[in-house]
Write a protein that binds this ligand. Structure first.
Ligand SMILES: O=C(O)CCC(=O)C(=O)O
Ligand SMILES: [Fe+2]
Length: 433
């Protein structure tokens, strides 16, 4: 039994202390040693959601061996036919990609670092999708009826918007393209970006972030007030930020021309925590901002999601000085992108460039000190469960992948426990003062 298998088995045992070891071993084998998948297989069996004849819990060893072989062959086949099946998750795709990489060097072309380092990993394989239709949404009432977003035009005073654009165009000359290795392949982001932190965060150390210039602080305050005013009328989820939303960091993106883009992703939750609000300001050339639901994710959320389907792409033109607010659970149930375009209109200040500033709230309780580190020493990523019985839960896993490009670290986020830990830390801090 390999070390990794043994470690994974120990993890599974911790998750299911009452389970028979044999059942966990089978689940682990069927899942190709993927803990998340193995947990689901085990639970499905245990809860009898699998037809009794197909269940393995009652089988004796020889029959069990042939059951495993048969199942593994079935799984391989069904994954070939339906690579976009609802059972497949981001979590699985990471491992799938590692395997595919060995067989298919043309995957290199599809790699995109934005999806990997800054944003959660997207599948590296070409997936069969059901046919999609694109619906262009212009009016606020249509946008909020169909997506978890809100669009506000002319959000900043004209002069402020123009001067912020000029400042950011200058700053963007030194923005960088994220670059790194994924499974041995060099991947590069299709636009440049830079992180900024607001002045009240100055006491916190951060690697190579810049500080909000005064115009960005002003924009932040205006956007923060709009969001907080809107929140008075909105449902506040239990685990989202309580009290006022107070953005303190921003990712600034620069799209130099019509072909620069950001691929389908949802924003990283690791330091924002569950159900974040993201206020996204557009400056310069108008571009199409596109949204789609996660494939087959069951909805437990807004009215908007009930009227939508993963096969529809909603495209919203983002004009200069417009704000799109991504409300929760946009990052949990939806993906967004800015796709390359064939033509764009020249902007009087920006030419063919677009600047985008996404204001976000970094939450102390999701700071690096609170984030688990995997067995290879990498800071883990916080991810939501997209579908199945565990929707609504969050877990930590590793995206970097360790030395072999594969890491099976897995830990559920216990939100209530996290709250208690943070309370204790705060009490200690106030005592010290
Ligand atoms: O440019 C945009 O409008 C979107 C940028 C984005 O999705 C991000 O920074 O995460
Ligand atoms: Fe994003």
């Amino acid at each position: 039994m390999s070390g990794t298998f043994e470690e994974s088995l120990q993890k599974l045992k911790q998750l299911f202390p009452d389970a028979k070891e044999q059942s966990l071993i089978v689940a682990l084998k069927l899942s190709n040693v993927q803990i998340e998948k193995a947990s689901n297989i085990y639970l499905e069996q245990k809860e009898g959601r699998i037809n009794k004849n197909k269940s393995f819990l009652h089988l004796k060893q020889p029959k069990l061996d042939s059951f495993i072989k048969k199942k593994q062959a079935e799984n391989e086949n069904s994954e070939k036919i339906d690579s976009g099946s609802s059972k497949k998750r981001k979590f699985d795709e990471l491992n799938e990609a590692a395997v595919n990489k060995q067989n298919n060097s043309s995957n290199k072309k599809l790699l995109n670092l934005q999806e990997v380092l800054k944003w959660p990993l997207k599948s590296l394989t070409v997936k069969k999708r059901t046919q999609t239709q694109t619906l262009y949404l212009y009016r606020q009432e249509d946008i909020s009826a169909r997506t978890p977003c809100m669009l506000i035009h002319n959000v900043l005073p004209k002069e402020l918007a123009n001067s912020l654009l000029r400042i950011m165009l200058k700053e963007s000359e030194t923005f960088t393209r994220n670059q790194g290795f994924l499974f041995g392949n060099l991947v590069t982001s299709p636009h440049t970006s830079q992180y900024y932190i607001s002045n009240e965060m100055k006491t916190r150390s951060s690697n190579n972030a810049r500080y909000f210039p005064p115009e960005m602080e002003q924009a932040k305050t205006i956007i923060m007030n709009i969001v907080n005013e809107q929140r008075k009328e909105r449902k506040i989820y239990e685990y989202e930020v309580q009290g006022d939303w107070s953005p303190n960091i921003a990712a600034v993106n620069c799209y130099a021309n019509s072909k620069e883009a950001v691929n389908w992703h949802s924003d990283r939750l690791t330091h924002l925590g569950p159900l974040p609000i993201i206020g996204s300001l557009s400056l310069g050339v108008p571009r199409q901002f596109r949204l789609r639901r996660f494939g087959n994710g069951e909805s437990n959320s807004t009215n908007a999601t009930q009227k939508t389907s993963p096969s529809t792409i909603y495209s919203i033109p983002l004009e200069h000085n417009s704000l799109i607010i991504m409300w929760p659970p946009c990052q949990e149930l939806w993906k967004h992108e800015v796709c390359p375009q064939n033509s764009i209109d020249k902007h009087p200040i920006a030419g063919f460039k677009r600047i985008n500033i996404t204001f976000r709230q970094f939450r102390d309780e999701y700071g690096s000190e609170m984030t688990p580190i995997c067995h290879h020493g990498e800071l883990c990523m916080l991810k939501p469960v997209f579908n199945g019985r565990n929707v609504g839960r969050y877990f930590y896993s590793c995206n970097a992948g360790g030395p072999e490009g594969k890491c099976d670290f897995f830990e559920w986020l216990n939100i209530d426990k996290r709250k208690e830990e943070v309370e204790k830390l705060r009490m200690l801090e106030t005592k010290d003062k």
